[in-house]
Design a protein around this ligand. Structure first.
Ligand code: TYD
Length: 208
């Protein structure tokens, strides 16, 4: 795809407890079985420096982090991740599978925190030199169900239910506005069943 050479860039998005890491692992196994090399990564994080920034953003000691600082730290981590991890892997022709990317910032910071969609998207597009995924999979789950499942509480999870409802709606809206680049699947089903549905859409992208 444009600018990605032969690599393929796939992103998982969704609210808390939507099963992104389980689906990312199942997808990596399927990609390997199809004869391609997967690179599994995540945000915030995915490169040594971005993992340091992750600790700064999500740690309990950052309870007083102001929303604009938070938004810029997510973007800074993403710049490092795109530069040091994602682009090189795509240039090697790998299939990059990222647990979260730019849409998380637009949903959480831009919409749920109210910092502005254009500002937040613009900052991350600048940070990544407009590195766009080939496909974004939205794992859709009712936030009440997802939050009950989530087992690694962080500062964002502690936000009220209306915050998480806004995040959910944001992902659904992004997908509706660009169906060619998104796949929405209901995450309230057995993981294998979800994986099969994903693979039907992803296999043609990764199979040479
Ligand atoms: P993590 O433990 O990775 O949660 P999850 O398993 O839900 O992905 O924590 C990441 C948290 O950071 C999560 O609550 C979503 C939030 N987040 C943002 O607010 N903005 C962003 O740009 C990103 C990447 C994550």
């Amino acid at each position: 795809m444009t600018g990605n050479n032969l690599g393929v860039f796939i992103v998982f998005e969704g609210g808390e407890g939507s099963g992104k890491s389980t689906q990312a692992a199942l997808l990596a196994t399927a990609v390997t079985a199809a004869g391609r090399t997967p690179l599994s990564t995540r945000e915030p994080g995915g490169s040594p420096r971005a993992e340091d920034i992750r600790k700064l953003i999500l740690g309990a000691e950052s309870a007083d982090l102001d929303p604009r600082t938070e938004a810029m730290l997510f973007a800074a981590a993403r710049a490092d991740h795109a530069h040091h991890t994602i682009r090189p892997a795509l240039e090697r022709g790998e299939v990059v599978i990222s647990d979260r990317y730019i849409d998380s910032s637009v949903a959480y910071q831009g919409i749920a925190r109210g910092l502005g969609v254009e500002q937040i998207r613009g900052m991350s597009e600048w940070a990544t030199q407009a590195l766009v995924p080939n496909l974004t999979v939205v794992l859709d789950v009712d936030p009440e169900v997802g939050l009950a499942r989530a087992n690694d509480p962080n500062r964002l999870e502690a936000e009220p239910l209306r915050f998480h409802r806004a995040v959910r709606q944001a992902f659904l809206d992004f997908a509706q506005n660009d169906p060619a680049r998104y796949l929405v699947v209901s995450a309230e089903r057995p993981p294998e069943e979800i994986h099969k549905e994903l693979w039907t859409r992803i296999a043609p992208l990764v199979t040479p």
